[in-house]
Design a protein. Structure first.
Length: 166
C-alpha cells in the first residue's frame, strides 16, 4: 500500500465561541502567563540583589552607557517581543492553527514573547521560531490534510474521484 495525501478546504466557522475557549483566547492566556513569568523573574532578581547588599536604586538609575550597550545587545530580543505582541494583537495566527514554515506543515503549539513553538505534522518534531522571523509563515488553517492508504494499482485520478464522492 502507498499513502496518498489529499487536501480538503473547509468553510468559514460561523460559531460565536467564548473568548477563553477560542484559539485566540488560549493564545492571549499563554502570552499573559509568559509576561507574568518574566516580570516575576526580574522582580525576584532585584529583591535578591537588594538582600545581598547591592544598591538597587543606584543600579536602576545608572543606566547611561550600560543602557546603550544593553540596548544593542538585546536588539534581537526586543524585536522578538515586539513582533510577538504584534502577532497577538493583529491575530496573524493563534494556538492550534495549521501553518506552513520552511516547507513544513505544522500546528502552532505556543506563541510566547520571544518565540513561537510549532509541531511538524509529518514527523511530530517541535520547531521553535524566533518571532522576528515569523514573516516566513504561511497560514493554512482552512485546510484539512488526510492521508489515505491505497493500493499501488489504483490510479490517482480514480482515487480522487472516489474520495470526492464521499
Amino acid at each position: 500500500y502507498k499513502t496518498i495525501t489529499f487536501i480538503f478546504t473547509k468553510g468559514e466557522d460561523k460559531l460565536d465561541i467564548k473568548l477563553f475557549t477560542s484559539k485566540r483566547g488560549k493564545t492571549y492566556l499563554k502570552l499573559f502567563k509568559s509576561v507574568i513569568r518574566n516580570i516575576f523573574i526580574v522582580v525576584t532578581l532585584l529583591i535578591v540583589l537588594s538582600i545581598n547588599g547591592v544598591d538597587v536604586n543606584s543600579a536602576l538609575t545608572g543606566v547611561g552607557i550600560f543602557g546603550v550597550i544593553l540596548g544593542f545587545a538585546l536588539q534581537d530580543w526586543f524585536k522578538d517581543i515586539i513582533r510577538g505582541g504584534s502577532i497577538i494583537s493583529d491575530n496573524d495566527f493563534s494556538v492550534g492553527d495549521i501553518i506552513k514554515y520552511n516547507n513544513s506543515i505544522a500546528k502552532v503549539l505556543v506563541i510566547g514573547l520571544k518565540s513561537t513553538r510549532i509541531q511538524d505534522l509529518d514527523n511530530d518534531n517541535i520547531i521553535t521560531i524566533a518571532n522576528r522571523n515569523i514573516e516566513e509563515v504561511e497560514i493554512i488553517s482552512k485546510v484539512i490534510i488526510v492521508d489515505v492508504p491505497m493500493s499501488y494499482e489504483l490510479p490517482l485520478s480514480k482515487a480522487a474521484t472516489l474520495l470526492s464522492s464521499l
